[in-house]
Design a binder for this molecule. Structure first.
Ligand code: NZQ
Ligand code: ZN
Length: 388
């Protein structure tokens, strides 16, 4: 049965080949001082930086820069960004990049006017912001996280070996996001497929939970079929606009809070993947891919009916003459072959995890309780061992 909920998503989206023009509509709503946040420089190579700066100048903005946001943005970088945003007295934070840049911009936005240490306040204690929040807008260049239309912000603390996400409320969602699928063409294939798996995993984290009849599950089966179809095309031809635009849109729907409403969710693959990343700093989607099969095979006996439904509805497994368990495992086999085919990393060794890190990764894994089995330390160790 659907649980009770309230739903509101305040992010305005500009989608398509001319999406960047949306900045001309949005920028006049904010003051003069814009903090332009970006990553390691891909936007300078592919020309997006130049286009954005031109529009900012045409709108009479003063531009202050915060460059060098790394994948898996760190606590130290967050402190640096807060200082830069304070010095700039930013009226708007414009994030141009992938999930890391958008997540980081949100973390800065809730910390500029707050005296506490943001890591302790938001990522250890999960407090909600009580100070004034600087508005954030995004120009998305990498597809996967859904950060363009949600309140998620994930920060890594290497000293504490923790990578933690805070899912903020509507007041922290980007005010607007610009989504031009062509901006993603310059992504290296490794990042593209990593993002594709991130999308799949977001959907599965919300699908493999609960036993009720729930509209969201049907929606998610459709999203998954579209994603698999478009991913196959994009891997063959990365400049296929139809496929890249469908992938971009699916990513947004996968994690803009809509399909989670009224139903239970899991998120254990993300907890395992984040723990691996806290020790290896590996690419987000790849950490998820590397632990997924061991995790799903481990929990399948506790949620066999849903795994069998998934096999038939998403992977087209013919269930006739088979037990529910056989059908369920066949679905996972098809998923595994597809993952290998598109070039995902299927073990954590390849991501830099060593046997010596095992205890630390187990300790860094947060346990969630919405999945088909609530894991304990022994279960986590067994799943991680099978992921090496
Ligand atoms: O830094 P630059 O030079 O821009 O290069 C980036 C980076 O190296 C590159 N890139 C991005 N767009 C490009 C491009 N290269 C060429 N052409 C382009 N158009 O791609 C690399 C990865 O970028 P990143 O932003 O790190 O990737 P992603 O979008 O996967 O974001 C990952 C972060 O988001 C968090 C992850 O944990 C991780 O920290 N997540 C955020 C979530 C949320 N907000 O709800 C949920 C997710 O589960 C996830 O945890
Ligand atoms: Zn993710």
């Amino acid at each position: 049965m659907l649980g009770s909920f309230t739903y509101c998503n305040p992010t305005k989206l500009y989608f398509g080949k001319d999406a960047l023009d949306g900045l001309n509509e949005e920028l006049p709503k904010y003051g003069k001082r814009v903090l332009l946040v970006y990553g390691g420089g891909s936007i300078k190579k592919n020309g997006i930086y130049g286009k954005v700066v031109e529009i900012l100048k045409a709108n009479g903005k003063e531009i202050y820069e915060d460059a060098g946001v790394m994948p898996n943005p760190t606590h130290e970088k967050l402190n640096e960004g807060v200082a830069l945003a304070r010095a700039a007295k930013a009226d708007l934070i414009l994030a141009v990049g992938g999930g890391s840049v958008c997540d980081y911009a949100k973390a800065v936005s809730v910390s500029v006017n707050c005296d506490d240490d943001p890591w302790e306040k938001y990522f250890i204690n999960f407090d909600e912001p009580t100070c004034e929040i600087v508005p954030v807008g995004c120009v998305l260049t990498m597809v996967g996280t859904g950060s363009e239309m949600n309140g998620g912000s994930v920060i890594t603390n290497h000293k504490q070996k923790l990578k933690i996400g805070h899912v903020f409320g509507e007041n922290v969602f980007p005010k607007f996001s610009v989504m031009n699928p062509e901006f993603t063409y310059s992504l290296p294939e490794y990042q593209m497929v990593s993002g594709i798996y991130d999308i799949m995993c977001h959907i599965l984290e919300q699908y493999f939970s609960g036993t009720d009849d729930n509209t969201s599950d049907y929606v998610m089966e459709g999203l998954l079929r579209s994603l698999i179809h478009s991913a196959d095309i994009a891997v063959e031809n990365p400049a296929d606009y139809e496929a890249r635009s469908n992938i971009m849109w699916t990513a947004t729907w996968a994690l803009n809070t809509f399909v989670a409403k009224g139903k239970a969710t899991d998120w254990m693959v993300h907890m395992l993947g984040q723990a691996v990343a806290a020790h290896t700093d590996a690419t987000h989607g790849m950490t998820l891919a590397a632990v997924s099969m061991p995790y799903y095979r481990y929990i399948l006996p506790y949620g066999t009916e849903k795994f069998a439904r998934y096999a038939v509805a998403v992977w087209g497994v013919n269930h006739e003459g088979k037990t529910q368990t056989q059908t369920a495992y066949e679905g996972l086999e098809r998923m595994e072959s597809w993952m290998k085919k598109i070039g995902l990393v299927m073990n954590i060794t390849e991501l830099g995890a060593t046997p010596e890190m095992l205890d630390g990764i187990v300790n860094s894994t947060k346990i969630m309780t919405g999945g088909y089995k609530v894991l304990d330390g022994k279960d986590i160790r067994a799943i991680l061992k099978a992921s090496y």
